[in-house]
Design a protein around this ligand. Structure first.
Ligand code: FRU
Length: 534
């Protein structure tokens, strides 16, 4: 009898707990209950569920950073593309919004950009407020299947409610594919202050095209760039164009970002860039930069395998003045088969780009945005010490998962060329190493023993390397480790490397290792980080 009563009471409590939970909005429940799955990034943006690739339409308006992204809501592999949508007020915490753009009779919604049409040049604004205009590629799968060459073209959509709802322009496409170029996509639109016109740059197979418009609706061809420049190991995608002031100099240069797949420095997808001038019609390379591109084939934004299709935010207020960038933290070599279940892919951390005149010429540096400091749950100082073998940090840092930022400055020993870095590990004997090899003068990232790599032969075939640009004696490492990624900003952002990994159990230990020679840790700080999804 007692037993039966017990069972009844337990069942009653169970059903009460269930009913108590019920009133919670489904969206809230999802946010609270998910984001703890295996390999789920804890402080990087990832969709709640299903497939994501490129960041799209990044624009700042009315206190909100918009992030749209290539999204397929029906599967965790690529499919008919939509624009997913999220917003942030601080670039750190993200709120998911409903899908912004759905495929239609003109095709899937491929990558593109968004702008604030401050002067309502398009006439699509309402009530004296500027509309947000999204400019994207329509990709017609039927045209492609039918063997046509002109199945990609540029279209626009507009929003008059702070990006909450979008209407496709009735006259789409605004830029048809009259040249019949198969790869004709990924428009990035900017307001060219000097020439007082909208400029669209988009990728056309092995080059980019510049077009101009007074109103975002009627477009005229300006020029082409790139057939004879840069890396052509794969198709060109997702360009970006912006002016940027050179650090510590009273001059402005124009930068053209250009993603390419495959052909990256460590294989597969990656982003190269060009520095030059844009006069309202033509993009021309800066002289020394042209020489570098000729000699090195390409200059890369990030040497890791996992930063692709990144572009910068539009309409960052003048008083802020930063050029803010975010990329897709994956690689087409294996993106569709990485071992995540509920969702697939995350974005890189948001970064500030700056242009520096170095001994090698003009180079873009990337640094994590300062807003990320809000994630620090503590700060531990590292004492200055000479390290011969290793410095175990687990007393300070042991945590599962390890969510960690490290800032350190090292002085290499005078005698043997040093090889040192940071190692993450778990009880399963899996480890990930990111470090610097003085003999080769490069940084490197080794995920060959970092866990699951069975899903693709291309994933952990080799250690990834990134040439050191800085000639400073001291070596500065700024590192971010999330559950499934490492981002290295070396020497103040001069060399950058982003890689993902999939340990079978979360890494929970960190140490500084020395492989060869000896190194002096001059100063350092470690910051355990908070999750962003609570
Ligand atoms: C880059 C890309 C773009 C295209 C989109 C499709 O990763 O191939 O060129 O617009 O993805 O999802």
């Amino acid at each position: 009898m007692n037993k039966i009563l017990n069972v009844l009471i337990i069942a009653l409590i169970g059903s009460m707990a269930y009913t108590c939970n019920e009133p919670t909005a489904p969206e809230e429940t999802q946010t609270m209950n998910t984001y703890l799955e295996q390999h789920r990034p804890q402080f990087h943006f990832s969709p709640q569920e299903k497939w994501m690739n490129d960041p799209n339409g990044m624009v700042y308006y009315d206190g909100e950073y918009h992030l749209f992204y290539q999204y397929y809501p029906d599967s965790n592999v690529w499919g008919p593309m939509h624009w997913g949508h999220a917003i942030s007020r601080d670039l750190v915490h993200w709120e998911h919004l409903p899908i912004a753009l759905y495929p239609d009779s003109l095709g899937y919604i491929f990558s593109g950009s968004a702008v604030v049409d401050w002067n309502n040049t398009s006439g699509l604004g309402e009530n004296g407020k500027p509309p947000l205009i999204a400019i994207f590629t329509h990709h017609d799968p039927e045209g492609e299947r039918a063997g046509r060459q002109d199945f990609q073209y540029q279209s626009i959509a507009y929003s008059n409610d702070r990006g909450r709802s979008w209407t496709k322009y009735a006259g789409n496409p605004v830029l048809p594919n009259t040249e019949k170029i198969r790869d004709f996509r990924d428009p990035k639109v900017i307001w060219d202050e000097r020439a007082q016109q909208w400029v669209m740059v988009f990728a056309a197979q092995n080059h980019v095209k510049f077009w101009a418009s007074p109103d975002l609706i009627s477009w005229a061809h300006l020029s082409d760039f790139g057939r004879e420049w840069g890396s052509h190991g794969g198709v060109w995608e997702c360009p970006d164009l912006f002016p940027i002031e050179v650090e510590n100099a009273a001059e402005t240069k124009w930068v053209l970002l250009l993603s390419i797949n495959p052909g990256g420095p460590n294989g597969g997808s990656a982003t190269q860039y060009f520095v030059g001038d844009f006069d309202g019609k033509n993009f021309t390379l800066e002289e020394a930069f042209a020489t570098s591109v000729k000699e090195e084939n390409a200059v890369w934004l990030d040497y890791g395998r996992d930063n692709y299709a990144g572009v910068t935010w539009s309409d960052i207020p003048r008083e802020d003045g930063r050029r803010l960038f975010m990329g897709w933290m994956s690689n087409w070599d294996y993106a569709t088969v990485v071992p995540t279940t509920v969702w697939r892919s995350a974005m890189t951390l948001p970064r500030k780009l700056s242009l520096h005149k170095t001994e090698e010429g003009y180079r873009l540096f990337s640094q994590p945005v300062r807003e990320l400091e809000a994630l620090r749950s503590a700060t531990h100082e590292l004492e200055s010490i000479e390290i011969v073998d290793e410095l175990d940090l687990s007393a300070q840092l042991a945590a599962a998962p390890l969510l960690l930022e490290m800032e350190m400055e090292f002085e290499p020993g005078a005698t043997d060329p040093v090889d040192f870095g940071v190692e993450l590990s778990n009880e399963k004997g899996e480890s990930y190493r990111i470090g610097y090899d003085a003999e080769a003068n490069h940084f490197y990232s080794g995920r060959t023993r970092a866990g699951d790599a069975s899903f693709s032969e291309k994933f952990a075939a080799a250690v990834h390397t990134a040439p050191r640009l800085s000639t400073d004696e001291a070596i500065r490492l700024h590192l971010f480790f999330d559950v499934a990624s490492a981002e290295l900003f070396a020497d103040g952002g001069a060399t950058v490397l982003t890689d993902i990994f999939f340990p079978s159990e979360d890494f929970n230990q960190a140490k500084i290792f020395v492989n060869k020679g000896r190194v002096k840790l001059i100063r350092g700080e470690t910051h355990p980080l908070k999750r962003i999804w609570q």
